[in-house]
Design a protein around this ligand. Structure first.
Ligand SMILES: *[C@@H]1O[C@H](CO)[C@@H](O)[C@H](O)[C@H]1NC(C)=O
Length: 296
């Protein structure tokens, strides 16, 4: 079903090297106009060449609605981002930072103005990125589609991962984990969460412990109620938020080719698409920070 998705040949990257040399040349020559002109050309070419490439795919969400997902790859910074709007209006952004092996989820959730909330509430969830969760940025940048109007469904629907987010991350020091947290999560300031097991891993790697704040326990049973069964808006409770990356390239597919001498070789020619759900649980000091989590 995704025969119209393919990985374009690497040959495009040659032009990138040429561009870099041009760029270096431009920054050495102090004539501003030359520099600007080269920048403009480089920008136009970069987009054409697909170094910072963007792929827009139409995806059917679980509630039947169709959304447009924007997948971007940046080879230089070695990252992939996926962004889409859910049926409830929330904007979900996922970033895979391959340089620091970190994944970042950001949800901008529409607030309830009549209940005194901001227009939207930002929440960030940070976790380790494992190898093979998503294809490399370099392949993503070369992913092309024949039919941009096709409505896509993932080939493999993966289950819902439960994540207990028991620590908060201090935004002003978060670049120790990933240089992208600061930009992505500045609006989430007091709402950047991570797991205990991830904290342990980062501490072992030498990250400064002062960037984490352990939250009141979320695992040991009766200390706090779930927000959806808490009536009082000012009571602390355990909030949950679920999201699903409905379509992303999770694996590379390889094809065989034969050269003129008859020797076979393999090359990256396509992708397998996956869908995966995440269910986050974390402590909030007041139920009113978790109003979506209501009993229905
Ligand atoms: C976050 O870190 C900064 C810089 O170290 C510190 O000044 C600030 O108090 C910390 N914030 C919290 C909420 O702990």
């Amino acid at each position: 079903m995704n025969a119209d998705l393919w990985i374009s040949p690497r040959f495009f990257h040659l032009s990138f090297s040429v561009l870099r040399i041009l760029g270096m040349f431009a920054s050495c020559v102090s004539v501003a106009s030359v520099r600007i002109l080269t920048r403009v050309c480089a920008l136009v070419l970069l987009v054409a060449v697909g170094l910072c490439s963007e792929l827009r795919v139409r995806v059917r969400l679980a509630d039947g609605l169709v959304t447009e997902e924007v997948l971007e790859a940046d080879i230089e910074r070695d990252l992939i981002s996926v962004e889409f709007k859910q049926g409830d209006g929330a904007l979900i952004t996922f970033v895979a930072d391959f340089k620091q092996d970190v994944k970042i989820f950001r949800a901008l959730i529409l607030g309830e103005l009549e209940r005194g909330q901001n227009q939207y509430q930002a929440v960030c969830f940070i976790s380790r990125l494992s190898r093979n969760e998503i294809i490399p940025s370099e392949s993503m940048a070369r992913l092309r589609q024949k039919n941009p109007h096709a409505i896509r469904l993932a080939e493999e629907r993966r289950g819902l991962e439960q994540l207990t987010m028991s620590a908060a991350v201090n935004l002003s020091q978060a670049s120790q984990l990933s240089s992208h947290i600061h930009n992505m999560c500045s609006e989430a300031r007091e709402a950047i969460y991570t797991r205990e097991s991830d904290v342990k891993h980062w501490l072992d790697k030498g990250v400064d412990g002062s960037i984490f704040e352990v939250l009141p326990q979320t695992t040991e049973a009766p200390s706090f109620q779930a927000c959806h069964s808490t009536k009082d808006l000012w009571q602390p409770c355990l909030c949950t938020y679920s999201l699903r990356l409905e379509w992303y390239p999770c694996l590379l597919k390889y094809c065989r080719s034969r050269d003129t001498t008859g020797k076979g070789s393999t090359y990256k020619c396509g992708i397998k698409s996956c869908s995966k759900g995440y269910h986050f649980t974390y402590y909030v000091p007041q139920k009113q920070m978790c109003l979506w989590d209501e009993e229905t």
